[in-house]
Design a protein around this ligand. Structure first.
Ligand code: BGC
Length: 765
């Protein structure tokens, strides 16, 4: 347990730039060599610390975004190699989430107006002596070269003001430097991070540069990404270069309307020498950039500009590939959608004036994310804030975590009075996904109060019969048949969606209570779940036909196991398949139904319909964006319309992961790797070939080791190569064959293919 001696400090004066703060010190003599040096670092705002001019680590945007009202993270760095006999500890402070803009109504400085830093350097010597260098009133502060910084709007750097002298012991303070003051800050709010930090994860060079019809110099990086452009520039002192970012082009120019009020523009004033600009106190979601004021030829920009991809430094654990290049591109898009939106917290989108931790988005995407990357620490950190915000709202899980909407003026957004299905269900679905993926029950124990508080709160809203048919619901958000400006006007009855979610969450929490040994809760929540299920069937199901008779209600009723009657279930499956076929295999579901529709078809014997739906390329479908050149998952099925114009809806992002949740089905059903017991202690290897596919493979670093499946069709035979990690066992389940138990090891297996072509929807190509 670290004893905090440091104080949170802010410059005494207000500067016209991101402030610099520094101290310098000599290593203590007479104690032998330094054997350890650890820097703990935090900030109100975001900060970058340097020791003798060298960054203390690769971490960006420290300390990231948490519910600052209760929890501010700190980073820790081993800095022994950065010390010298005289050492300068320097900190640059940006606005970040604390003091910058947040949300779409122009709010800024939501948490406070003083950017401040907190640093505690503990230097341990051979004889046990510990020297403490901490932020306190002795520090000095001055102005720097960053004259504006905002996460949404971008960063301005005046290179003429750039001078590295402040990083050295020889620094002589110019006019304008001043002292600091201590900010009132309770160190109990400091909390270690449990997920990885944000870092630069990749560099991408531009694919193309050209001059647009309007005369602008445009760059294409070939990938919709999140980060910024590092620009090497040389030009007249005082001349200005601006770099504006966008995800798409429209009419051959940057398509900036979807960014709404986010300026996403970096401005650089040149020093006259060789300048290297990296706007590390902001980030943009972009594939294209417009560079104005460039001195060289457009061609020079190909060497001068590099996209720095940033995001939480998560370990990739899952892979997928198959014989259909379009599905591979879809999967690539899911991965990149995740990379851009797992930036310290799970966000809806990374580019417009939003970038918030929308609970519904991660509720449906958590399982997919947990296969692709090790997201245990990352999502558990966020769940800590979810529970804090929920407690603040007396049991109601808010729309976004950290919840900044509570600071909006009344009337700006739906008032948070009661929970909302799907969104508030994140309290249950996210920890459950982590439990399934990693088998660590502490996630259930840690979140148990939050999980139970959510379902008990929902229970108070149920009708006397057991339906969740009141309150504000977003329902099957972004149903493709909803008008662009009314994304909640879905075909699915919102009460059917809400009641299905209430059952699903209550049943999961009942299971959680059982796992954790809370017997009384298990009994009461199981009974509650059965009451909701009975009410759902009584009110919404007639001979297997579910109220509002659209794909989403069947997807939820089947996937959430709401239909106890086998005949109803079969009828519902038939009806779902029929609706999909009648709709020419175009997707007709929104946020709520989309993650479950392929599963529901598969579970009721309509796997070929599921494949056909997945492989459709007409609009709307999963592959339509792929045919339009998408490199990430879009917010709307038709964010870009077939004629190349941007969807007129006010809310049109090209990087939203929610609809990419189908990759979870691809991993389990095409690739064939699923957890039969939490954490893959027992692995279900059940690939179900279909559609036009002739081979597929999936791999996963389970908590026990690497699992891998590869299958190839050869005429009427399926040839499999399967690796089962040590310490686990697997069940091989192939259509038309009895289950086989597989011990650890790698083996090749060939089996006759059962005819899967039972329905008439197999593509003819
Ligand atoms: C976000 C969504 C979110 C929704 C709910 C949008 O603005 O981008 O992803 O879940 O609002 O209202």
């Amino acid at each position: 347990m670290t004893v905090w001696r440091a104080q949170m400090i802010t410059p005494a004066a207000r500067f016209d730039s991101a402030p610099l703060m520094r101290t310098q010190f000599d290593l203590a003599g007479g104690h032998g060599p330094v054997i350890a040096a650890r820097l703990s670092l935090s900030a109100l705002g975001v900060c970058e610390a340097l020791l003798n001019g060298r960054p203390v680590g690769p971490e960006l945007l420290t300390p990231g975004w948490t519910s600052y009202e209760w929890r501010v993270r700190y980073a820790q760095h081993d800095v022994i190699d950065l010390l010298a006999s005289t050492t300068v500890l320097a900190i640059l402070l940006g606005n970040g989430w604390y003091r910058g803009r947040l949300g779409w109504t122009g709010m800024r400085a939501v948490y406070g107006d003083d950017r401040a830093a907190f640093a505690q350097l503990e230097i341990t010597y051979a004889d046990g002596h510990v020297q403490h260098i901490v932020t306190d009133e002795s520090w000095r502060a001055g102005p720097g070269a960053i004259t504006a910084d905002d996460l949404y709007d971008g960063q301005d750097i005046d290179a003429r003001r750039h001078d590295d002298a402040w990083l050295t012991p020889e620094f002589v303070e110019p006019a304008g430097w001043d002292g600091v003051r201590v900010v009132d800050f309770d160190t109990d709010r400091l909390s270690p991070r449990s997920g990885p930090p944000v870092t630069r994860t990749q560099q991408i060079t531009p694919e193309r540069v050209w001059t647009s019809a309007a005369g602008h110099t445009l760059l294409d990086f070939g990938q919709n990404l999140v980060g910024w452009i590092r620009l090497v520039a040389h030009g007249d002192a005082g001349s200005e270069i601006t770099v504006r970012h966008a995800e798409v082009l429209e009419d051959g120019e940057l398509g900036i309307r979807p960014l709404r009020t986010a300026a996403a523009t970096d401005r650089y004033i040149l020093s006259g020498g060789n300048d290297i600009f990296e706007p590390t106190l902001t980030f943009h979601g972009f594939r294209y950039a417009q560079v104005d004021g460039w001195h060289g030829t457009p061609q020079d920009l190909l060497d001068a500009a590099t996209a720095m991809v940033i995001g939480s430094d998560l370990r990739r654990i899952g892979s997928f590939e198959c014989s259909d290049p379009l599905l591979n591109q879809l999967h690539h898009n899911v991965v990149w959608g995740m990379r851009g939106n797992f930036l310290d917290i799970p966000t809806d989108c990374p580019q417009r004036d939003e970038r918030l931790g929308w609970t519904g988005d991660i509720a449906v995407f958590a399982a997919t994310s947990a296969f692709l990357y090790d997201v245990g620490g990352f999502l558990r950190d966020w769940l800590t804030d979810l529970a804090l915000e929920q407690a603040h709202h007396r049991g109601v899980v808010p729309f976004v975590v950290p919840d900044i909407l509570k600071y909006e003026a009344p009337g700006t957004f739906m008032p948070l009075i009661e929970p909302t299905a799907v969104w508030s269900d994140a309290a249950v679905w996210v920890p459950w996904a982590l439990w399934q993926a990693y088998g660590d029950r502490t996630v259930l124990a840690d979140q148990y109060d939050s999980m139970t508080a959510h379902v008990r709160r929902v229970a108070t809203l149920l009708s006397p019969d057991g339906l969740w048919d009141s309150g504000l619901q977003l329902g099957d958000w972004l149903d493709p048949d909803a008008p662009p400006e009314h994304p909640a006007r879905a075909k699915a009855d919102p009460s059917v969606v809400a009641t299905a979610c209430a059952y699903h969450s209550t049943a999961l929490v009942a299971q959680t209570a059982d796992i954790l040994g809370h017997d009384a809760d298990h009994a009461s929540l199981s009974a509650l779940a059965q009451r909701i299920r009975a009410a759902f069937n009584r009110h919404y199901v007639t001979d297997g036909i579910v109220l509002s008779d659209c794909a989403t209600v069947y997807a939820l009723a089947i996937a959430f196991d709401l239909l106890p009657d086998a005949c109803d279930r079969a009828t519902a499956g038939e009806r779902l398949a029929q609706l999909v076929i009648q709709n020419d295999f175009r997707v007709s579901t929104g946020f709520a139904g989309t993650p479950y529709v392929t599963d529901a078809l598969t579970m009721t014997g309509h796997i070929e319909t599921a494949y056909r739906l997945l492989q459709e390329t007409g609009c709307p479908s999963w592959l339509y964006p792929v045919t339009m050149g998408a490199t990430t998952i879009w917010e709307r099925w038709d964010s870009m319309l077939p004629n190349g114009s941007i969807n007129p809806g006010h809310m049109t992002s090209f990087n939203h992961y929610a609809l990419g949740a189908v990759a979870d089905w691809m991993h389990r059903t095409i690739g064939g790797i699923a957890p039969l017991a939490p954490g893959y202690r027992t692995i279900l290897i059940a690939p179900q070939p279909g559609g036009t596919l002739t081979w597929a493979e999936a791999g996963l670093d389970t908590p026990h080791g690497r699992a891998h499946v590869r299958w190839d069709l050869d005429g009427d035979t399926i040839n499999l190569k399967i690796t089962v990690p040590e310490g686990t066992n697997a069940i091989l389940r192939l259509p038309g064959h009895p289950d086989t138990e597989l011990p650890p090891g790698t083996r090749r297996i060939s089996r006759p293919c059962a005819s899967p072509l039972s329905d008439s929807t197999r593509p003819t190509s």
